[in-house]
Ligand binder design. Structure first.
Ligand SMILES: O=C(O)CCC(=O)C(=O)O
Ligand SMILES: [Fe+2]
Length: 395
């Protein structure tokens, strides 16, 4: 049985006000229909139950690349505390710390504080998204690298990230390894990076301020442009304010419904490549909220699980699934990597691949991307090219 999360004590620390979740939308939207994976079932003594769970996981990642994960070992109260802490960071970070810890995406990392003025270090146009991003170094050296207000709580944030990595993501990777019919720890041992609480990935406290008036018009309803995540898996905590949309199997943008306590998991590009295209790195974006949530602040906690930096990814051709069924070349990054592999050209390392995107492509409006907009089968895509790899993302 997987042990549940056991957080450090809160006694003796500054008082932290409770985050009050906004009311979920009452609007009847065209919700994405995602499958739910109950992670605790992986411990079932009944092999049939585990088998069915692997089958359902396979369906979910093949069809959607997104799924709800429930019963993963963190209680609602423990989650509430992490949201309280994220809200506390954003409410209490000092102006000095905002400057001192200001991020620098040109470095290839999002580490530190993002102000609500665009995706560069320099001030740009208002986008209303503030973030604090904890990479490995933020955990190694919190005195120098995290806001002073949050330092008394780093033990809790560290323990939470460790649990997400070492228990939740590890178990998830076991399910995904089984879906590829590989040994249980294949993805954990060979693709997941193992340095510190977040490996080569990062943990994010994001706060989306309401987007109103002229700002809303200027951004044409989009908060974060459509993209795929480049890592292994992304763990998004389901939040009451509706804004996340996925480009669904029905080939249209559909919102993801609030599912209290659940994790919304999406597959990153690294797994699309390793799985030979069987797992989908699904495109997603963050939009305006529905009318009844227009005034709401949206707090969003995310853990991005990263792949080993110096690895050049290739499909796991020893997978019996791949041997039986071959590659899936419908879409996305794997199709592009395969062109390089077939031509005998080395693909980028994982570190190069994520750093080039962060340093040059952070949320650039589709119409201003180097390759412009292309229309394929009635769907408009923004075209880019990084390190010899073509990237097409639906607008
Ligand atoms: O806040 C969200 O729901 C999604 C954010 C996201 O897609 C990302 O940061 O990669
Ligand atoms: Fe994302």
């Amino acid at each position: 049985m997987a042990a549940p999360f056991g957080p450090p004590a809160t006694q003796g620390k500054p008082a932290v006000p409770q985050w009050i979740p906004p009311e979920p939308t009452k609007m009847d939207l065209d919700w994405a229909s995602l499958h739910t994976i109950e992670l605790s079932l992986l411990d079932s003594p009944d092999p049939q139950v585990v088998d069915d769970l692997v089958k359902l996981t396979k369906t979910a990642i093949k069809e959607d690349g997104f799924l709800y994960l429930t019963n993963y070992g963190v209680s609602l109260d423990q989650l509430q505390r992490q949201f309280d802490l994220a809200q506390y960071l954003h409410r209490n970070i000092s102006d000095e710390d905002k400057e001192r810890l200001l991020w620098n995406p040109k470095s290839g990392l999002f580490a530190g504080f993002k102000r609500r003025m665009g995706w560069k270090r320099e001030v740009g146009e208002f986008d209303g998204i503030e973030q604090f991003n904890f990479y490995r170094q933020e955990f190694v050296d919190p005195e120098d690298r995290v806001p002073e207000c949050i330092q008394p709580f780093m033990d809790e944030i560290t323990a939470f990230c460790e649990y997400l990595t070492e228990s939740v993501n590890r178990r998830l990777l076991k399910l995904l390894s089984r879906a590829l019919e590989l040994p249980d720890d294949y993805l954990w041992d060979n693709v997941q990076s193992h340095v510190g609480p977040v490996g080569d990935g990062y943990f994010r406290h994001a706060l989306f301020y309401p987007l109103l008036g002229e700002d809303k018009e200027r951004r044409k309803g989009v908060r974060m442009y459509g993209h795929t995540d480049y890592g292994i898996t992304t763990l998004l905590f389901s939040v009451p304010v509706t804004a996340l949309h996925i480009f669904s199997r029905e080939k249209r943008w559909q919102p993801v419904k609030y599912n209290p306590g659940a994790l919304v998991v999406n597959i990153g590009e690294a797994l699309e490549i390793v799985s030979g295209g069987h797992f989908k790195a699904t495109k997603h974006k963050v939009t305006d909220t529905p009318a009844d949530q227009e005034q709401c602040e949206r707090l969003s906690l995310v853990q991005f699980n990263g792949s080993v930096g110096d690895l050049r990814l290739a499909p796991a051709v020893q997978s019996p699934l791949l041997q039986r069924e071959g590659f899936v070349l419908e879409q996305g990054v794997f199709k592009q990597y395969k062109k390089l592999i077939d031509a005998g050209v080395p693909v980028p390392t994982n570190k190069q691949w994520r750093e080039i995107q962060i340093s040059t492509n952070s949320q650039i409006a589709p119409e201003t991307r180097p390759g412009g907009i292309k229309e394929i089968d009635g769907v408009k895509y923004a075209a880019d090219r990084f390190l010899g790899v073509d990237v097409l993302l639906p607008v």
